[in-house]
Design a protein around this ligand. Sequence first.
Ligand code: ACM
Length: 515
Amino acid sequence: MVTATAQPLLIPYPRSIEMREGYFALTAKTGIINLSDKNNARLLKHYIEEDININLHEQRGDNNIFLITNRKLKESLGAEGYRMNISADSIVIEGAENAGVFYGIQTLRQLAAQNRLAIPCMEIFDKPEYEWRDFMLDEARHFKGKVVVKQLLEEMAYLKMNKFHWHLTDDQGWRIEIEKYPRLTQIGAYRDSTQIGGWNSPLYDVNIHGGYYTREDIREIVDFAAERHIEIVPEIEMPGHTSAAIAAYPELGSLKTPPTVATYFNPTWGVFNVADERVIQFIQDVFDEIFDLFPSRYIHIGGDEVHPESWEANSDISRFMEEKNLDNYSEVQMLFTNRVASLIHSKGRTMIGWNDIMGKNIHEWADSDNESTHALAPYAVVQFWKGDTALIAEALKQGHRVINSSHRDTYLDYNYTKIPLKKAYDFSPFPKGIDRKYKPLLLGSGCQMWSEWIPRIEDMQRQVFPRIAAYAESGWTIENKKNFTRFSTSLSQILIPRWKQKNIAWHKESTPQAE
Ligand code: ACM
């Protein structure tokens, strides 16, 4: 029996909760009074029916849930905050924006899941600590498809995550239809075999693997995400990790012998010939279609792990370096990146790239004198994944906005020995030792599901769940309100039963209380 004084179990945990006497009875006679957008009311009804099998009234009932978007609350709640007042005869959820009301609905769902028909009276004030709370899915290495993506978006929404970073192209596959370049998917979306068993394994699964999203699929998923206040940030990799595109259009590549769609997973030498104007035209054309399909403010260009070997033997690149007076390949990449950044910027969008785009040596295989003296365009957003934390400080000092996706802390492809649940939970998007004055530029964090070694959906789910819940709380909940014991209890009482019901696999060993 839940008493009125017991603190509710919520992930991510809200900023403040004050318990009150009494209960709100949630029944089929409870009404929804909607002063927010239609979607919020529709989804509240849908969720409560799906979660606890109660069909709410769409008009005034015996007691009522008010959904209110009230712009006057902007100053206290920001764009994503909400307040919720649960009393014996009403639940009032208010946000300054529709997103805030939507997040209040997510909190209500979790309260309903633990209390069923009698929700304790309380007042909640809540808003996120970080504006960027992302989950990344790599579908280039293993295509998962629409049903899986929608299920992930639904779980993200339940956890108040707001950016779906969609890694759609890489050496091993191109997963989005581009009308002007049909071979990208006719050829680039398929490979004839796949390395299995780990990075240096000689073993291959000799079946064809492939798949891609049509324009119609993309629109459907973008709309589904938007209803849930999730922005989809598409990632189109360049200039490296591009073997699949080059296999489809060999003139884009730097080597005389074009690569095939890669069947193994170490980074390959498939790199665009960035000194060739046909490459720039290709990028412009592809982005025109990307801009049309994705309303997102942000477009990700990857930019990581460019192996310079394929540029070394290319006379266009040598000429380009001479003309532009460039000392090394990092500078070649920097000029290219800034050109793409300006192209994206000119369309009113913002470019994001992995922190390789800063032009620093972050790789074991890079030459020590291969750093760029040219600076990255200041409006580019840097997603930090590799190297010393000092690189985050440097990016912030240069005025870049930064997303912290440190691989040691946030890579979901790492096993649970490398990143146990507790380590994922303890991760703070704001790194230690960096001046707090940079907080406004540190947008938040991402967690990344790279998919080289997860051919099956269950393999993917076991890597993602339950750690995604830990990252969701790291991104939303203010540091001094985090508590791993409470989080673990909430996980076993709220989320695990939900995942069970949804047939979502999770990593059982990391959640001993669950069984
Ligand atoms: C990355 O993991 N190559 C961004």
